[in-house]
Design a protein around this ligand. Structure first.
Ligand SMILES: [Zn+2]
Length: 455
């Protein structure tokens, strides 16, 4: 269903040009400043288009989803999801249990900022709806269901310059929903099995590798600040700064699990780093606590089956919800990504190394930047790798004005990034990798480190 309509990027570009021309005519007597301002508008618009095209991956102009709304059907058992698109595109839909959700994937589509939620009211079978980038150039709509519904049919209706996608839904029985969910799950499993394994990279380079994992992305924004500041954007910016700072010495390699605003599952993040034999995996996050604006500071987490305190357990529970938010099946995700048979000893050793990395990071950050209990442990799914030291850093709280201002300010962030980089670099350069431990190579032996509070 590839369309041949005028490319929306060109249309937008023409529109931006006409805006600039109109501004210049209107403000001619006001002097050059206004034209300069209009030029900035054009530049910003062109940048948006360029990044939209880059995200699309294949160079073709993306389809833009401009609005999503719900329409009641003839009976209380029927309703439709309407998606206004710039042109027709290929789509796929499936249902998932635990919790019950409907997922609609739109190929080569980017969701406009105003279309990430339903405009207008939600209808009873629908608990919530969100839309956003799921992988490069492809977007996803996730519908949380209060009652089981199935898709009856999908159609495109052209209205002026809009290709209106109509997804007709009907309330169904729990049994029929479960049966469809099982079919969809089997199809996903077959697709996964048919997918070739990605080639391993960078093995010839002997320098240790740090994998930086900016949390969330795409359809999953993570925590948010009072003015809509999104965790996914903040941790991506910190991740980029951290990579640049770490690469400066030339002694270590750095790769990131994501370099743009896309969703990656928790398993994929971990597998990405394991397949590259990372010496250290660092997941970056920022938290937000409603009604607790005074809680502030960075915390460094390691994996533990038993959380070090109730707040740590809550943080892990929140971060582990990322896959559910993006419409993935929790059971399938729990099964994938890691072998079920773990060598206990290797795991204990890996954890000891992670404790060293966490302790060094806490020490480098300094008391001024830290939470009152800065070194903590909980059951973060992204830290489960048995053979790769993994830590998760909650950089601060978006609900605390000082933390938020610091994370948004280039200079303050630069100080944080420098401190982090020194600690992480020291860890990978001075600590033996788990697989070489016990071979007599120089390095720090993993002691039985225990989690503590401020150094
Ligand atoms: Zn997070």
């Amino acid at each position: 269903m590839q369309a041949k309509h005028p490319e929306p990027a060109q249309t937008l570009h023409r529109w931006l040009l006409s805006v600039v021309n109109a501004c210049c005519r209107f403000w001619r007597r006001a002097g050059l400043a206004a034209c300069f301002g209009a030029g900035i508008v054009l530049l910003a618009g062109s940048f948006f288009l360029a990044s939209a095209q880059a995200q699309n991956g294949n160079g073709a102009a993306p389809v833009i989803a401009r609005a999503i709304h719900l329409v009641e059907g003839d009976t209380t058992e029927t309703l439709a999801i309407i998606v206004d698109l710039s042109e027709e595109t290929a789509l796929r839909h499936e249902v998932i249990t635990g919790p019950d959700r409907l997922v609609i994937d739109l190929e080569r589509t980017i969701v406009a900022a105003g279309a990430q939620r339903v405009s207008g009211k939600l209808l009873p079978p629908i608990g919530a709806l969100r839309a956003g980038l799921f992988m490069a150039g492809h977007s996803r709509i996730v519908v949380d269901l209060a009652r089981p519904v199935l898709v009856e049919r999908t159609d495109f209706v052209r209205q002026g310059g809009v290709a209106r996608l109509v997804v007709q839904l009907r309330v169904t029985s729990a049994e029929a929903f479960l049966a469809q969910a099982r079919l969809d799950s089997a199809r996903r499993a077959a697709n996964r099995a048919a997918r070739p394994a990605p080639p391993a990279e960078g093995k010839a380079d002997p320098r240790p590798l740090i994998v930086i994992d900016p949390g969330h992305g795409g359809i999953d924004p993570g925590a948010s600040g009072p003015k809509g500041e999104a965790e996914k954007d903040i941790v991506l910016a910190v991740g980029r700064n951290l990579r640049a700072r770490l690469e400066r010495s030339g002694k270590i390699r750095v790769v990131m699990t994501r370099e743009d605003d896309r969703f990656i599952s928790l398993n994929e993040r971990m597998s990405f780093a394991r397949s590259r034999e990372a010496a250290l995996f660092v997941s970056l996050h920022a938290d937000s606590l409603a009604g607790e604006p005074d809680v502030r500071g960075a915390s460094v987490y390691t994996l533990s089956d038993r959380a070090s305190d109730a707040a740590a357990a809550r943080a892990a529970e929140k971060e582990n919800r990322a896959d559910l938010i993006a419409g993935l099946d929790a059971d399938e995700e729990a099964k994938g990504g890691i072998e079920t048979i773990l060598v206990d000893l290797a795991r204990r050793e890996t954890r000891a190394f992670a404790q060293i990395a966490a302790r060094q990071t806490v020490s480098a950050l300094g008391n001024a930047r830290l939470h009152k209990t800065p070194m903590r442990a909980a059951g973060f799914r992204v830290l489960r790798a048995p053979d790769m030291p993994s830590i998760l850093i909650e950089l601060g709280y978006l609900s605390n004005p000082a933390d938020l201002a610091g994370l948004m300010d280039d200079q303050t962030r630069g100080g944080l990034v420098s401190a982090l980089a020194e600690a992480l670099e020291a860890f990978v350069l001075t600590t033996r990798a788990p697989e070489t431990a016990g071979t007599g190579q120089p390095g720090v032996a993993p002691g039985q480190e225990s989690s503590g509070s401020r150094p």
